[in-house]
Design a protein around this ligand. Structure first.
Ligand code: LLP
Length: 435
């Protein structure tokens, strides 16, 4: 569900006609965010899980613009971070640092110290050695810190892309489930590092709530075993990985997805005072943005029709990296191709199969292969949908392309929230000096 819709034949972001922006001089490609879609998604997910009174820590790695983080913080969101850089940005935002969770398998001493002195809510511990290091650093600083132990539960959703699986045995994330009980027992009484609960993230996007059920069972079993030994853990962070609408613009039923998870956890929340943390990223941010690009050239190669856009893998690497699907459609299609909804595949006559590619010198630089689309012409603006998550944040300067601008629409207001880089930016750090 999002607020990108065709009105009067032209794609609009809320009240703004998308083609009016390049016509006002904004160079393509650029990311275009809908503030009200962002708010809507946060609220939908929050209300679906409301019975658990959860803290929703938005996964900053999916979308890190401070102005968007501020919108979420204003609604009460906490933040899920994975680096000192993300902590730095979150500290520039209005987010409440006590609602920040800090995960990541390889935190440096500097990052750990910064997290401790910033008094983040929890550090998620991903190895035995990391726990020991956090204990040493907290001891040196003489500061208390709350931590969660990230378990590696040995759970695999085969439908997830191989590159975004995190919960299977042998993965680099978290601590083997079998070793966690002893680790917690041995470290339960540290004067500075307080183990408050468990963390888990099983991959993304996860196709069914059943994988969360499996994971929650394992977490609850562990808290029960530890309770027998008078070690009380009350925080369960079940991670992110909830789905986003990539293939359509239909309303996903959050109630059906959340229902079984709530049934499992509610008794522990109500009767034992458990505190639940969720770390959604893409389910909040993905549908929030489109990438607006322009057709530079159209050509034929053998039988193939190729549309070459001015944006490519440097702006959006997901198709190249994960073979990910993104819905693509012209901003101003011919009248017979205007869409009332965005279900894929589009049932329309008169479409042509295109390879939609970018300008980068790599064969993997494509957005879609053999995609049925209305006739594309030089100069047409094209929208690549559901790109608010893992879009801009994974952009690069490869081939020395400048990173694009980020624009946010809030009803009829348009804000530049990140300026397009300049070519000066490309060489700014290329400074030669002797070491
Ligand atoms: N929590 C942890 C510990 C995570 O590692 C992640 C994502 C999330 C939460 C949020 O997952 P989400 O709700 O956004 O699915 N670049 C890939 C996705 C990598 C996800 C990494 N971790 C992509 O474009 O699909």
């Amino acid at each position: 569900m999002d607020l990108f819709q065709y009105k009067n034949g032209i794609l609009h972001c809320e009240d703004i006609a998308v083609d009016s922006l390049p016509e006002r001089g904004l160079p393509t490609p650029f990311y275009l965010y809908s503030a009200n879609t962002l708010r809507l998604h946060y609220k939908k997910i929050y209300s679906a899980f409301e019975k658990l009174d959860p803290t929703l820590c938005f996964s900053v790695k999916s979308c890190n613009n401070v102005h968007l983080l501020n919108e979420l913080a204003a609604l009460g969101a906490g933040m899920d971070i994975v680096s000192g850089g993300e902590l730095f940005v979150v500290k520039q935002s209005n987010a409440d640092l006590s609602k920040v969770v800090f995960a990541g398998v390889g935190k440096s001493d500097e990052e750990i110290k910064e997290a401790i002195t910033s008094e983040v809510g929890y550090i998620n511990i991903e190895s035995e050695q990391e726990l020991a290091r956090v204990q040493e650093l907290a001891g040196e600083l003489k500061r208390e810190v709350n931590v969660l132990i990230r378990i590696l539960p040995d759970i695999l959703d085969e439908k997830t892309n191989e590159k975004t699986r995190t919960g299977y045995k042998g993965a680099k994330f978290g601590i083997d489930y079998a070793n966690v009980e002893t680790l917690i027992e041995e470290n339960a009484d540290h004067p500075y590092v307080k183990i408050r609960g468990l963390h888990c993230h099983i991959g993304s996007p996860i196709s069914s709530y059943t994988f969360y059920e499996e994971c929650i069972h394992k977490m609850v079993e562990l808290t029960k075993a530890l309770k027998q030994k008078n070690i009380i853990l009350k925080v369960l962070n079940i991670g992110g990985g909830f789905p986003a609408n990539y293939m359509d613009n239909d309303n996903f039923s959050w109630e059906s997805f959340a229902g079984p998870i709530i049934s499992l956890l509610e008794p522990y929340v109500k009767n034992e005072g458990f505190k639940i943390i969720l770390e959604p990223g893409r389910s909040i941010s993905a549908n929030t943005a489109i990438l607006v690009t322009k057709v530079l050239y159209v050509k034929q190669s053998g039988e193939k029709h190729i549309a070459i856009l001015d944006g490519g893998m440097t702006e959006l690497i997901r198709p190249a990296m994960y073979n990910a699907f993104h819905f693509i459609w012209p901003v101003k299609p011919e009248p017979q191709h205007i869409l009332t909804n965005r279900n894929y595949p589009v049932e329309q006559d008169g479409l042509t199969n295109y390879d939609v590619v970018g300008p980068i010198c790599e064969s993997s630089d494509y957005f879609a292969k053999e995609r049925p689309l209305p006739t594309l012409r030089q100069g047409d603006y094209v929208a690549v949908f559901t790109t608010g998550a893992y879009g801009m944040v994974m952009s690069s300067n490869y081939n020395l392309h400048v990173r694009p601008a980020e624009i946010m629409v809030d009803k009829d207001k348009v804000y530049i929230i990140r300026e397009r880089e300049t070519q000066d930016d490309l060489v700014r750090k290329m400074i030669r000096h002797e070491l």
